[in-house]
Design a protein around this ligand. Structure first.
Ligand SMILES: Cc1cc2nc3c(=O)[nH]c(=O)nc-3n(C[C@H](O)[C@H](O)[C@H](O)COP(=O)(O)O)c2cc1C
Length: 232
């Protein structure tokens, strides 16, 4: 690769990483199966320990999304409902500095949507939109074999990053959704999966509605000096 190519590749990569933002409102435009296959074909190049490639992907069209959304809504509404997630994403008691960051992300989301912090019903309805993949034309659910160790969850993270960037490189937008992991039992029932499959993450994706305020939130990241320490 000559110097010009390297510079071009760096610029493209930097642009791709910087352009990726969570997208939670989509246009009513379909994504073709060929495009989804291209995205998965790029994402599969992600590395994994021992080359285990522990990711399993379920591609959901609108028919299955509607069925899953209704099943999750019904499960939540059932009097006997108890949320027993496939794993815990957030610490039971958020602590500094993470608690503030989680609160800030929630604040940014509801402010963009014009939802008052005290409006519990509106916030709940926004959370429920997760289970409709925010109206996206397609959704993915990524599962992992429950017998695998924590190292394989790193691999799933790398896969999801490659997948997100592949989606952006196709001119689309996405939102990763750990929220589906809170309803693993329902997902397994609707998709007919065995109990061994844990739901790691959903991915809503499609053509971003660039004008929607929910897709125009501030990017908040800490400076390198705040998270990196250089040792001699
Ligand atoms: C693994 C993972 C799971 C996430 N789950 C959800 C989710 O369930 N619902 C949601 O609205 N956003 C979800 N997000 C989006 C984060 O809130 C978002 O990435 C963060 O606020 C930073 O914003 P940005 O993606 O626009 O840079 C998730 C992000 C990641 C990386």
């Amino acid at each position: 690769m000559c110097a010009d190519d390297t510079t071009g590749a760096r610029r493209q990569f930097t642009d791709l990483v910087r352009r990726r933002r969570s997208v939670r409102a989509f246009l009513d435009t379909d994504v073709s199966r060929a495009q989804i296959e291209t995205i998965l074909d790029i994402a599969r190049h992600a590395p994994s320990g021992g080359n285990m490639q522990p990711w399993q992907v379920h591609v959901l069209g609108r028919q299955t999304i509607d069925e899953l959304r209704d099943a999750i809504r019904a499960a939540i509404a059932a009097p006997s409902h108890q949320e027993a997630g496939d794993y815990r994403y957030y610490p039971a008691k958020p602590f500094a500095p993470y608690g503030d960051r989680i609160r800030q992300a929630g604040h940014d989301l509801y402010e963009a949507l014009g939802i008052d912090r005290r409006d519990v019903a509106a916030r709940r309805e926004q959370k429920m939109k997760n289970f409709d993949f925010f109206g996206a034309p397609a959704g993915l659910l990524v599962t992992i074999d429950a017998r695998l160790e924590r190292g394989s969850w790193i691999d799933i993270g790398l896969f999801l990053n490659a997948l997100s960037l592949a989606i952006v490189s196709e001119g689309l937008g996405c939102c990763l959704q750990a929220s589906f992991s809170s309803h693993g039992d329902v997902v397994r029932k609707v998709l007919d999966l065995d109990a061994q499959k844990l739901v790691v993450c959903g991915v809503a994706f499609g053509h971003a509605d660039e004008d929607h305020p929910v897709n125009r939130q501030p990017l908040r990241r800490h400076d390198v000096a705040e998270f990196a320490r250089f040792h001699p």
